[in-house]
Design a protein around this ligand. Structure first.
Ligand code: ATP
Ligand code: MG
Length: 395
């Protein structure tokens, strides 16, 4: 592959914003800067709906740079570019080298030119034609096969004539979405399973900054179960620009439910109390919603009736981005974001330990509210759990 001198980043939806657009662009630039800062000094600048990222230090690892950029929401395409002298000979040579460095054989290509520097002697179509010719000759000299297709090319070679000339031949898909921090905050109920990390990722993708809340029930759930949730938060954090993880001690509340409520209501009552605690934590952080990994019908506590009971205990909107997805679809996102291998580690969570043998799949809200009256000082227990939460800052 041709050496990467510069990376061009294209953004999608932000470009459609009206008057607010500069705010979104600035947020994206800030997020890019903070993502790349640990790798060294960069220049990150915007011009005509493109962000130009250039390494200023020697020896910056451009592969790692690209890996990090792939996790920045708001970026649709990542285009590594080679820089060359602004003369036709060097442009043709560099473009040919770029294509030769790719998997080009038997494919089609097209050259497109943007001539920002209007003093450059050739016009864009002429530059494209000449560069195209040079690519054809270089490939044929290398014994390969490539043809021009101006309508639907496999490879798009972009030539940009600016301060220098830049050649882009490869386009890497970015994460899409909106820059995190441009869309308010929400609190994610993060368990150790497959679904909730995916739910958090999907909401963060829309530009929402996340706090995370995990309910921990020692000694019924081990330190390793907690570590697993911390690991999942770390996997999410390059996407979410870090996150504050609240580890809420939940054992006393669970034992109180077990002692005082009918067994088959256990899960629903537990879920309702989780929601109440999460809502209080959310309010204290200025979060405007809760996020869960629920999906209709996946388990007894996720039937429409059960969701109705769980939902009615809070006032905040509850976002459930996995709600209409099959496990297979959720799993495929989980794999894509690199969470799956951690999510399937077999550490128990507090729900699996206390699950009743015969959970009510169609609970009635009045029955649940009645059953909850048997809990001893639930308000006090909720406040105590919040006060005793451990807060872990995930960077
Ligand atoms: P997941 O795969 O996300 O664990 P699940 O299919 O196991 O989900 P449940 O255990 O019913 O489903 O939990 C539903 C949702 O409730 C989870 O997606 C998560 O948002 C939240 N949740 C469940 N247990 C916990 C916990 N211990 N801490 C924080 N949130 C939890
Ligand atoms: Mg779970």
């Amino acid at each position: 592959m041709q050496k990467t001198d510069l990376i061009l980043l294209k953004y999608g939806e932000i470009a459609l914003k009206g008057l607010n657009r500069p705010k979104f662009e600035q947020k994206l630039i800030d997020n890019i800067n903070s993502t790349l800062a640990p790798l060294g000094k960069f220049s990150v600048k915007k011009a005509q709906s493109t962000i130009y990222v250039e390494a200023l230090d020697e020896n910056i690892d451009m592969t790692e740079t690209i890996e990090r950029l792939k996790k920045v929401f708001g970026i649709v395409n990542i285009c590594p570019a080679a820089r060359c002298v602004k003369g036709m000979d060097s442009i043709k040579e560099t473009a040919a080298k770029c294509v030769l460095g790719m998997d080009y054989d038997g494919k089609s290509f097209k050259v497109e030119t943007k001539r920002e520097d209007k003093r450059f002697p050739l016009k864009s179509p002429e530059i494209s034609r000449e560069v195209g010719g040079a690519v054809l000759r270089a490939v044929s000299k290398a014994g390969g096969n490539i043809r021009v297709d101006v309508h639907d090319p496999d490879i798009l070679v972009q030539v940009e004539i600016r301060d220098d000339a830049y050649i882009v031949a490869d386009v890497i898909r970015g994460a899409g979405g909106m820059p995190v921090g441009s869309g308010g905050r929400a609190a994610l109920l993060l368990s150790g399973g497959i679904d909730s990390p995916v739910a958090g990722w999907m909401i963060a993708k829309r530009g929402v900054k996340l706090d995370a809340v995990y309910f921990h029930s020692p000694p019924y759930t081990s330190e390793r179960a907690k570590d697993k949730v911390v690991d999942l938060a770390k996997i999410l954090s390059p996407y979410t620009r870090g996150m504050r993880l609240y580890v809420v001690p939940f054992t006393d509340i669970q034992l109180d439910i077990i002692d005082n409520c009918p067994k088959n209501f256990l899960t629903i009552i537990m879920r309702r109390i989780m929601m109440r605690i999460a809502e209080k934590i959310a309010v204290s952080n200025g979060d405007l919603g809760l996020v869960t990994g629920e999906s209709i019908g996946q388990v007894a506590s996720q039937t429409m009736e059960a969701l109705y009971c769980t939902n009615s205990v809070v006032n905040m909107p509850v976002y459930r981005p996995c709600i209409g997805m099959d496990k297979e679809e959720i799993t495929s996102i989980s794999k894509k974001i690199g969470a799956y291998e951690t999510s399937i580690q077999p550490y128990e969570d507090c729900c699996t330990i206390f699950v009743p043998k015969h959970p009510k799949t169609k609970p009635r809200l009045n029955d649940i509210i009645e059953a909850e009256k048997c809990l001893t000082d639930i308000e006090g227990m909720i406040q105590k759990a919040i006060d005793e939460s451990e807060i872990i800052n995930i960077k």
